[in-house]
Write a protein that binds this ligand. Structure first.
Ligand SMILES: Cc1cc2nc3c(=O)[nH]c(=O)nc-3n(C[C@H](O)[C@H](O)[C@H](O)COP(=O)(O)OP(=O)(O)OC[C@H]3O[C@@H](n4cnc5c(N)ncnc54)[C@H](O)[C@@H]3O)c2cc1C
Ligand code: SF4
Length: 511
């Protein structure tokens, strides 16, 4: 051991006391490097609330580390000395402190990971063990299977964590209560709302900074009510567990125009930034079941999202490597239509999902998957464009979780690695699960004609143009039979009107 200090990098989504890098740090001599750099805020045009959340949470975590006795070299975005990129800033700090060794906890973004590996210092890359399933374990699990299914992975994770287990059997005799979690919801003024945090002085300072530096990014900065440190994150967790968890299962897939949150937790930014650990969140939920305060379908559904989907997505991201966002199995190439950036549309569902995204930097899973994602897939948008949009606009978006959800799950761009069938639907599904259609200019029951719901036209157009790939898929065969049974003249009309709709959309006309 030399007496030179080592630089320990802590990234904006690594705000955890027990981070692998911090566990290596010797507070007596090492320097913790935290940096707000322009390239990380503009790699895609991140939503102003997301930039504000990450910078505020970084600043507060830096104060916390300083109070714990660490030496923190913190670089602010508006400090003229701050380098333009993370590697540049790390080299500046290395010179300043006479350091030649950088310790990094593996980032969840391939671009950054590669850039940090290339920094001309001795770089030690530590595994990010805040995830419950290490990449090697996931790769070994994959290598034992012909077909990947999240459900089998999830059951292994239940066994491994012991969550909701009775010996080696699932509590309640059933692993998965998803079929009970597909109910529509009704407006309910008494439905508990997520907790809103009033910005403190530190947060206000960052809000002003973001206002000055990112005025053109899509999205409203204010009002800003996200939790920004661990204490607030714990309060948000308590609030969700006490008030919304009991209804989480029943309302998980529902969508309401005037209720963007329903009974969702809004905890993804806290977990992704490292303010809450995935296991502690699940254990809190499990305790509610054992105390008789939340039903099993809610608790199981919630835990499945975290130790199932979240960990699975991390595994898929790590498995696929840096080229993952360029996958395009369906050869979709159209640009992202203006409606995604708030352009005019008559479609009530798209309008609501995008407006909510602009105002809150948040949409829940079914809005992302079955409204904006479904529409992009049906309309043949290039998956890389869709990926950049999701990465930019959501408060919780980091490549390791956003890319598998978008490229893999939503856009079928990896050709079925993440699901045997694409997540597409006509308007009927949206009508069943939401109240959007009742106020829409289009008619969800119309299958052709000037008022026909665009999802209806595009759904059949999608199936028709991808017949070679999907007609033999057992899970889709019934849909092809239904299509083939329709009168030829009707099919021709659907395809012609869908073509017209796509031409209008891709030429920039509002639809
Ligand atoms: C196209 C698309 C893009 C997405 N991009 C992101 C993203 O960038 N970041 C992100 O965290 N999630 C993403 N998701 C997954 C999911 O939509 C969000 O995790 C969820 O909406 C966050 O809101 P919540 O905390 O209220 O979730 P809840 O409904 O309350 O769920 C509880 C927790 O489960 C986890 N979770 C649920 N579903 C998933 C999932 N599919 N993948 C990973 N974790 C999940 C989250 O940690 C979430 O906080 C995406 C989904 C789709 C379809
Ligand atoms: S009718 Fe179609 S476009 Fe309108 S809200 Fe319903 S699903 Fe969306």
């Amino acid at each position: 051991m030399t007496d030179k200090p080592r630089l320990i990098l802590v990234l904006g989504d690594q705000l955890t006391d027990t981070l692998a890098g911090l566990r290596q740090a010797d507070p007596a001599c090492d320097v913790i490097v935290m940096a707000e750099v322009m390239t990380e805020s503009t790699a895609v045009p991140h939503h102003p609330q997301k930039i504000a959340l990450v910078l505020t949470a970084m600043r507060k975590f830096a104060h916390h580390l300083t109070a714990e006795g660490y030496t923190v070299a913190y670089s602010r975005l508006d400090d003229p000395e701050t380098g333009p990129s993370l590697p540049a800033e790390i080299l500046r700090r290395a010179t300043e402190h006479g350091a030649d060794h950088l310790i990094v906890t593996t980032p969840g973004d391939w671009r950054l990971l590669q850039a940090l590996e290339a920094v001309p210092l001795t770089v030690t890359m530590l595994p990010d063990d805040r995830f419950l399933c290490p990449p090697e374990t996931f790769t070994a699990w994959v290598s034992e299977r012909k077909q990947l299914r999240m459900e089998w992975f999830y059951r292994d994770m239940r066994r491994r964590t012991g969550l909701l287990m009775d010996g080696d059997q699932p509590i309640g005799g059933q692993w998965n209560f998803d079929p009970e979690n597909r109910k529509a919801a009704k407006p309910d003024l008494l439905r508990p709302k997520p907790l809103r945090f009033t910005p403190d002085a530190e947060t206000e300072a960052v809000l002003s900074l973001v206002e000055t530096h990112f005025p053109t990014h899509f999205g409203n900065l204010r009002p800003f009510h996200w939790p920004t440190d661990r204490a607030e994150a714990l309060t948000a967790l308590d609030h969700f567990i006490t008030h919304s968890l009991p209804r989480f299962g029943d309302e998980q897939d529902a969508m309401l125009a005037d209720d963007p949150f329903l009974s969702h937790s809004l905890l993804s930014p806290c977990i992704n930034l490292g303010l809450l650990s995935p296991l502690e969140v699940c254990q809190r939920a499990e305790a509610e079941y054992h105390a008789g305060r939340a039903p099993l379908n809610a608790v199981e559904g919630f835990i499945r999202q975290i130790i199932g989907w979240r960990e699975y997505m991390r595994g898929i991201w790590a498995l696929n490597g840096p080229d993952y966002p360029t996958l395009n199995a369906l050869n979709h190439k159209a640009p992202l239509p203006a409606v995604y950036w708030g352009g005019k549309t008559k479609m009530a569902c798209m309008k609501a999902a995008v407006a909510q995204t602009r105002d809150l930097a948040y949409a829940h899973h079914i809005q992302r998957l079955m409204i904006t994602g479904n529409f992009a897939l049906l309309a043949g948008i290039g998956p890389a464009f869709v990926h950049e949009w999701y990465l930019a606009v959501y408060i919780d978006a980091f490549e390791w979780v956003e890319a598998p959800n978008t490229i893999g799950m939503s856009q079928f761009a990896c050709g079925g690695q993440l699901g045997s069938k694409p997540y597409v639907s006509s308007g009927a599904y949206i009508d069943r699960m939401s109240d959007y259609c009742s106020s829409c200019a289009y008619k969800v029951k119309d299958r052709t004609g000037p008022d026909a719901c665009p999802f209806n036209l595009l759904y059949w157009h999608f199936l028709d143009r991808h017949r070679d790939r999907f007609a033999k898929n057992p899970r889709m065969a019934q849909m092809y039979r239904t299509w083939d049974k329709m009168a030829e003249t009707h099919r021709d009309t659907v395809l012609r009107e869908a073509d017209q709709l796509l031409s209008a959309l891709h030429s920039g006309a509002p639809i």
